[in-house]
Write a protein that binds this ligand. Structure first.
Ligand SMILES: NC(=O)c1ccc[n+]([C@@H]2O[C@H](COP(=O)([O-])OP(=O)(O)OC[C@H]3O[C@@H](n4cnc5c(N)ncnc54)[C@H](OP(=O)(O)O)[C@@H]3O)[C@@H](O)[C@H]2O)c1
Length: 292
């Protein structure tokens, strides 16, 4: 325990996109943080106040030292599903509260209702959390704004035309910082227990428009050209599992000509407007101009 006697929050996925930002928000709020780190070498990127534990979600007992005397856990699941039940059992044995990073698989919009193995995994973990009797908040971001960095930054840095399937598919990219801020509040403030939060950005933008927005942020025009789904599938071979590529293509195909689903939850929970995609692109401009 610490001076304020707040039990620490264990953050899994601590070196990942959302977990890393959740750590910052918890520290800002004065909440002591433990990080579960999968690859110990990645821990050097964490703030020095964080207590680091090495652990692996596929080896449930490896979580025990990190969970001892913790009060809450942020659960990010990118591992295979087999050990999920055992991990949730361990969480329930140690902590009172879990905030789970899921997806909007219950939202009745075509973009979210295509065949999706991640949605099946998320739904299964949500059932385990409910059955374990844990206090819980389920966080369901739509498309993360940060996806555009691995998708388009290498091409944009090279000064080439962005070629992508379904240029007219509409999504409402949500800023990772808004997702993390909601998750952090749910971890340390009681009023979010039982919350089921679909989080989106404030505006529906086609893929082509998102590339334009990045161009605006960089102060130059970026050419966009549509590629076929088959070309995307063959170019993506070896970079992501086939079912993930199929999932994306099916969701984008269903989102063509469909304004994206937009929720007011970020503003409702945080009391501030969600960040726009332009804001995200401006704040991350260096990713599109520098680096490998
Ligand atoms: N991308 C989207 O638009 C979107 C939208 C909604 C929901 N989501 C969900 O968000 C989640 C991913 O979150 P993210 O993007 O923040 O994660 P991320 O950046 O992909 O990072 C994954 C994190 O999990 C850790 N990890 C991987 N395997 C592990 C294991 N076996 N044991 C312990 N830790 C392990 C990684 O550590 P190492 O790097 O050391 O392996 C890393 O810290 C997924 O469930 C995804 O479905 C994503």
């Amino acid at each position: 325990m610490n001076q304020l006697n707040i039990p620490p929050v264990l953050v899994t996925g601590a070196t990942g996109r959302i977990g890393r930002l959740v750590i910052d928000r918890l520290l800002d709020a004065g909440v002591p943080v433990r990080a579960l780190v999968h690859r110990p070498e990645a821990a050097s990127a964490l703030p020095p106040q964080v207590e680091v534990f090495t652990g692996d979600l596929t080896v449930p007992e490896s979580l025990d030292p990190a969970l001892k005397d913790a009060g809450a856990a942020f659960l990010v699941w990118t591992a295979p599903p087999q050990t999920a039940a055992s991990v949730v059992e361990r969480l329930a044995a140690h902590v009172r509260r879990v905030v789970f990073l899921s997806s909007p698989h219950r939202t009745p919009h075509p973009f979210f209702q295509q065949p999706n193995p991640m949605a099946t995994l998320h739904a299964g973990i949500e059932r385990l959390i409910a059955a374990a009797g844990l206090e819980s908040t389920i966080i369901r971001p739509g498309m993360l704004a940060s996806n555009s960095s691995p998708w388009w930054a290498p091409t944009i840095r090279a000064g080439e035309t962005v070629r992508w399937p379904y240029g007219a598919a509409e999504t409402a990219p949500v800023d990772d910082r808004d997702v993390a801020a909601v998750a952090a509040l749910a971890l340390h403030r009681d009023e979010h227990v039982g919350g089921d939060y679909v989080l989106t950005g404030p505006e529906s933008l086609t893929h082509a428009a998102q590339v334009d927005v990045i161009g605006d942020a960089l102060g130059r025009r970026i050419a966009f050209e549509e590629m076929t789904p088959d070309e995307f599938r063959s170019l993506s071979e070896g970079t992501a599992p086939g079912p993930v590529i199929d999932m994306l293509l099916a969701a984008w195909s269903a989102a063509v000509g469909q304004p994206a689903y937009i929720s007011t939850t970020v503003a409702d929970v945080l009391g501030t407007a969600p960040r726009t995609f332009h804001q995200w692109a401006t704040d991350h401009a260096s990713e599109f101009t520098q680096g490998s």
